[in-house]
Ligand binder design. Structure first.
Ligand SMILES: [Zn+2]
Ligand SMILES: [Zn+2]
Length: 351
């Protein structure tokens, strides 16, 4: 377990290959400038950036070209596909099994209920999912959080100070995630759904007004993965990243308000150690330990219910009950860190 390295990046980034104003060279340049280790792009319906050679290493940055399956019945962020289809109106129950057959790893995109704001609504497929052919879910979709918080009279405010409109992962999404996790493994990731908009201002040569500019949004909701050390080979490192994301060996963090690098959540028993994403046997008492790099409000949840909390940089709690355990941290009363579960199963396998 000591060999795990931490890599931070952002997922679900649109570019000019679909409906964002940002180009691939800009994605690479900005990601490197803000210190990201990886970026996963997800343009609607297309893998063209992959065919045009964008996937792979760009010096220190690993760029993965995913795709957003954008059906009217629900969207999914998919990585690992070489070929996609339009699936314009297929239900996820139909397209997710096909995505899995082609070797893709799918994450249900922006599954939240839209009861916070009034500007627009998207289909929410998650409640109707009958297939298990998905690896996980976007527990936080930054752009949607921002839009939902933005009532029409708040739009300018939201452009000038985007962070002010952000509330964090939706409590109903987190609760549903816990419910699914009780039944099956389900990884939670932070996603941006980044669509940069640029509006030219009359009589000026360059666009001055940008909405959710890439320079900003790449510093917000990130997913930190724990993985064995990346080798520098694109194919190997993409495989390691994909494994960590699908295994839930990762946590979502709002790095804009405090860099969460170094956050860990583990469970220990008689010399065994489990980390986020692991499934372990119940029976005997596990000690759950969460550490964060800044003093924060820490909460350990079991099956959605808090079982321990404290203010500090470490939380420890012993519990013998089966269930799905995860940690949430708030920093200065803002949502900050959301770990994946450690699954304590009656019939779990040991790590
Ligand atoms: Zn979408
Ligand atoms: Zn999207």
């Amino acid at each position: 377990m000591n060999t795990l390295h931490e890599y931070k990046g952002v997922l679900h980034v649109h570019t000019r290959y679909s409906d964002s104003a940002v180009t691939m060279p800009e994605v690479v340049r900005i990601a490197r400038a803000v210190g990201l280790d990886y970026v996963v792009t997800a343009d609607h319906h297309t893998l063209r950036p992959k065919y045009e050679g964008w996937e792979g290493r760009h010096e220190g940055l690993l760029l993965v070209v995913g795709v957003e399956v954008s059906s009217t019945k629900g969207h999914a962020l998919v990585i690992g596909l070489d070929r996609t289809d339009r699936w314009a109106s297929a239900h996820p129950n139909e397209y997710l099994p096909e995505v899995a057959r082609r070797g893709g790893r799918a994450f249900v995109a922006h599954p939240e209920r839209h009861d916070r704001g009034k500007i627009y609504r998207k289909p929410q497929a998650w409640p109707d999912l009958e297939t298990d052919d998905y690896a996980g879910v976007e527990i936080w979709s930054y752009m949607h959080d921002w839009v939902e918080g933005a009532y029409p009279w708040h739009v300018l405010d939201g452009m000038l100070d985007p962070d002010s409109r952000v509330a964090g992962p939706h409590p109903l999404v987190l609760r549903r995630w816990d419910e699914v996790a009780l039944r099956r493994h389900c990884s939670g990731i932070a996603a941006l759904d980044a669509h940069e908009r640029r509006y030219p201002i009359p009589h000026f040569r360059w666009p001055l007004l940008k909405v959710l500019p890439t320079e900003f949004i790449f510093r917000t909701a990130r997913t930190h993965v724990l993985s064995s050390e990346w080798s520098g080979s694109s194919a190997d490192d993409i495989a390691l990243l994909t494994d960590a994301l699908t295994a839930g060996r990762c946590f979502a963090a709002y790095d804009l308000i405090g860099d969460a690098t170094g956050t860990r959540f583990r469970a220990e028993r008689d010399g065994e150690t489990a980390v986020m994403g692991d499934e372990v046997h119940a029976g005997g008492e596990w000690t759950f330990v969460a550490t964060v790099p800044l003093e924060a409000e820490l909460r350990l949840l079991r099956n959605s219910e808090p079982v321990a909390q404290c203010v500090g940089r470490e939380l420890a709690h012993r519990d013998a009950r089966p269930g799905v355990y995860r940690v949430e941290a708030r920093l200065r009363n803002r949502p900050w860190v959301f770990t994946n579960h450690i699954y304590v199963r009656e019939d779990g396998s040991t790590p």
